[in-house]
Design a protein around this ligand. Structure first.
Ligand code: BGC
Length: 371
């Protein structure tokens, strides 16, 4: 069968014919891969900045944003059947009994760093015609989401972030209606940094949670990204017309910042503008050695005097996958055309190399492996 693999050491990438996976045993399922989204992490692997092949191999089958169909089930599989649609998660637990996070099924919080990730770190990914996966790592997707289910994995980043925002803001029971009536974030303002797929999906999740949501990015106002953002009730703010210092006045205060750029200097500049009792969430992964001048005194002073919380978040847990599927259903109901528009184009597997080296414009590009 066909697969797309990258040698992360030298950047060589291309289609390969690899062995068919064996029949599923125990709690495993054999899946027919329908679609795989391409993201910045895949480009970093192809650009030799990230990614590790399975032990003893030099090539890694990439792909970690997948939608697949069950074509065979092992004898111990419960709750899933042939024909069901599923989205696999990315991270698998480390082998250490001492890692309480992995032992608890929360490998997204792995302590040791010895976790593996499909399509990223030491495990082949989903850019292959057929894959085998254990039922523990699959989330069912309703058939109505066939067209957009490939967006579930990138949406889980926002789901895990939101779950943590609610945990943190339980310290403000008068401000969060999480346990009460109405949308949890009513009356709160969120600022998303970056208008890529993670930023836009994050902004949609924030709007859907009741935040008055602004997206700050470089493109001028009135362009396609800004129109897209306005079409789901977000407000686009261009860095060309509003400086970082002007953001609090323009937004009338900032309760949450959802960073989705990986731009370290910009992020710390915006951190200085975060409001009282605010939360700043980092999701982007910048290059390692990036020196930038920051106002450390102001930042530290604000963190203390304004009760601010700053956290980073990576990957996602099983509950975040379930929440992402439910959120996507609500998003499709509320903004059917917008969700479709997020997928700029579908490409055959043969075009994957081009998507990595020369990404076309548009929010999300998807490789179709089966009709
Ligand atoms: C994936 C995460 C993964 C992270 C780091 C992201 O692109 O969505 O699941 O943990 O890369 O490897």
């Amino acid at each position: 069968m066909r697969a797309f693999a990258v040698n992360p050491a030298n950047g060589q990438a291309g289609l390969e014919v690899i062995e068919e996976p064996g029949p599923p045993s125990g709690g495993q399922l054999l899946l027919r891969t329908l679609e795989v989204g391409v993201c910045g992490t895949d480009r970093e692997i192809a650009g030799q900045h990230y990614g590790t092949p399975p032990p003893g191999e030099d090539r890694l089958v990439i792909g970690h944003e997948a939608l697949a169909e069950v074509i065979d089930v092992g004898p111990d599989v419960r709750d899933l059947q042939i024909g069901d649609l599923v989205v696999p998660s990315v991270r698998r637990p480390c082998p250490h009994a001492s890692c309480s996070a992995c032992q608890a099924g929360r490998q997204d919080f792995c302590y040791t760093g010895d976790f593996t990730e499909r399509g990223i770190k030491e495990l082949n990914g989903f850019m292959a015609e057929r894959i085998v996966e254990d039922q523990r790592y699959l989330t069912p997707v309703p058939a109505q989401l066939r067209d957009v289910g490939v967006l579930v994995e990138p949406l889980t980043i926002a789901e895990k972030a939101l779950a943590q925002i609610w945990q943190v803001q339980q310290r403000l029971p008068w401000a969060c209606s999480i346990h009460g009536e109405g949308l949890p974030a009513q009356g709160c303002t969120a600022l998303v940094l970056g208008a890529g797929p993670v930023g836009i999906l994050g902004a949609m999740a924030l709007v859907e949670s009741g935040f008055h949501t602004f997206v700050y990015s470089r493109e001028p106002e009135g362009g396609p990204r800004s129109q897209l953002i306005e079409s789901f009730g977000g407000v686009y703010v261009s860095a060309e017309s509003v400086t970082v210092d002007q953001l609090p006045a323009r937004l009338n205060g900032i309760d949450v910042v959802y960073e989705a750029t990986g731009a370290s200097k910009l992020s710390f500049d915006v951190l200085a503008q975060l409001g009282v009792n605010g939360v700043f969430v980092f999701t982007g992964v910048p290059g390692r050695k990036h020196l930038a001048e920051i106002e450390a005194g102001t930042l530290m002073r604000n963190l203390v005097l304004k009760n601010q919380v700053l956290f980073g978040t990576v990957n996602a847990d099983a509950q975040a996958f379930v929440s992402a599927v439910q959120r996507l259903e609500r998003m499709v109901e509320r903004w059917p055309n917008v969700v479709q528009l997020l997928i700029a184009k579908r490409w055959p597997l043969d075009d994957t190399a081009r998507l990595l080296s020369d990404p076309p414009p548009g929010v999300k590009h998807v490789v179709t492996l089966a009709g």
